[in-house]
Design a protein around this ligand. Structure first.
Ligand code: MN
Ligand code: MN
Length: 459
């Protein structure tokens, strides 16, 4: 069903499933605010559903065949799930790839300082953000501090009831005559995104006594030294839980819908598909928001190396079989779409925009300035997907990234297309993308789940 309001298509049974999925998704969002936390949740989910660690399979010299389910984790920030089907070389795989990193503020390596008896942590923002949206909202700190001896301290402050939160100040409006004349891009400078973390001096300390008190507290409470920030990855994210939104509770407001709404629904679909004919593969990658770079981003060879390991475990590993398997695969690059926002209607071309509540949104191409940088999906592939979606009663729509030449963006689609496989972008439409609190429709979440499941069953 194309270009319909999904809500008008539901039976009571559908609505029950939709609400259950939404509740599970809210849980996923609340417990997965960083890529590392998401990997943990995805691995837990996989283990509960009979997936085994590919590293163990390899270590024990075991073989893999149809019906086997394995996961492979890369550096704790990227994970691949595989449910083995028939003839992986000639059938290829049905791959759903989504990212689990979201825009945020990263704590710098040498972050702690005191100014006028206030202590701050300096940050470097990650991904595309409107910096002014990150001031005067409660922030939580999530991440890891790896000490010189190799032990890891996990940080999670600002989420539990009774936890303190952190805040970045903004100039009061009374003194903002000059600031208000600045453009939105510069009204909050990147170097001013410093998080206020303390104001109480350490007794008996003369110089930088507030900072000294924080250093002491970090030592007492977490057994970490100031220098340990050097080998830490701490992310400041909006504090608090995702919530149902609207009088009718039809929407969810949460941090990181981009791209956890697609990650979660892809994983949920993977868990529901048993004994697929074609091997099903879920890819959950890091670093998409900064260009898919790095060892845990889609551009790393981890995926390819793991496919080689799979072929090896099946006793069919060769260079030609690897290239055949990849070339014969199909992929859904599962990333969020921009939902048409009536308050900013002039930035969209309405009939080629995703509408909130109109289901899973397919983007044949993304890109900027004449589709530059886009993976332009093939018409033949889209025809196949239309067939699948209709067969399974999935409500879907098609969209572009706004009006021509207004802006644009990219996803991981182009990277997988390098293998010569069929790839198209699709995902959940989002309002206020990349803001601290993004909005989606529960019905789009549900249709994405249905669409991904149809893809894994039919492909
Ligand atoms: Mn995204
Ligand atoms: Mn994004």
């Amino acid at each position: 069903m194309i270009h319909e309001n999904a809500w008008t298509t539901y039976s009571a049974g559908d609505l029950k499933k939709l609400e259950d999925l939404s509740a599970d998704y809210i849980d996923f969002l609340n417990n997965g605010k960083t890529e590392r936390e998401c990997v943990k949740l995805l691995v837990e989910m996989a283990k509960e559903n009979g997936y085994r660690d590919l590293a163990d399979v390899i270590a024990k010299g075991e073989k893999l065949s149809k019906g086997d389910k394995v996961y492979a984790v890369n550096m704790g920030k990227m994970v691949m799930l595989v449910n083995v089907g028939e003839d992986i070389v000639n059938n290829g795989m049905n791959i759903i790839g989504a990212h689990i990193d979201s825009p945020r503020l990263d704590i710098k390596q040498n972050p702690l300082y005191e100014s006028e008896e206030l202590a701050y942590l300096d940050t470097h923002y990650y991904g595309g953000i409107k910096k002014y949206q990150f001031v005067t909202i409660p922030l939580a700190l999530h991440g890891v501090v790896v000490k010189k001896d190799g032990t890891t301290v996990t940080i999670n402050i600002g989420e539990k009831e009774g936890d303190p939160v952190f805040i970045i100040s903004d100039l009061l409006v009374h003194l903002s005559a000059e600031q208000m004349k600045k453009t939105a891009a510069t009204v909050i400078e990147g170097e001013n995104l410093d998080i206020l973390v303390g104001s109480k001096p350490l007794e008996g300390e003369e110089k930088d006594a507030v900072k000294a008190a924080i250093v002491k507290l970090l030592k007492d409470k977490y057994d970490i030294e100031e220098d340990d920030f050097v080998s830490a990855e701490i992310e400041a994210v909006p504090a608090g839980n995702a919530r149902e939104a609207g009088f009718d509770r039809s929407m969810i407001v949460g941090y990181g819908h981009d791209d956890r709404s697609c990650s979660f629904t892809a994983a949920a679909a993977m868990m529901e598909v048993s004994d697929p004919k074609t091997t099903a593969c879920g890819l959950f990658v890091d670093k998409e928001e900064i260009g898919s770079v790095g060892a845990t981003g889609m551009e790393s060879r981890f995926f390819e190396y793991m496919v080689r390991e799979l072929l090896d475990r099946m006793g069919v590993c060769s260079e030609i079989n690897l290239s055949r398997c990849l070339r014969n695969s199909r992929m859904l690059s599962s990333d969020v779409s921009m939902a048409f926002d009536p308050l900013y209607a002039d930035k969209y071309e309405k009939k080629n925009s995703a509408k909130l509540g109109h289901g899973l949104s397919f983007k044949k191409y993304t890109g900027v300035r004449g589709k530059s940088g886009a993976n332009d999906a093939n018409a033949e592939y889209l025809a196949l997907l239309r067939q699948m979606m209709d067969k399974h009663g999935v409500v879907y729509q098609t969209s572009e990234l706004g009006k021509v030449d207004v802006g644009g963006g990219g996803t991981i689609a182009y990277i997988l297309s390098l293998y010569g496989m069929q790839v198209v972008d699709c995902g959940v439409p989002i309002l206020s993308m990349h803001s601290p609190w993004e909005t989606l429709s529960k019905s789009d979440l549900y249709e994405a789940f249905k669409g991904y499941k149809a893809f894994l069953i039919e492909g």
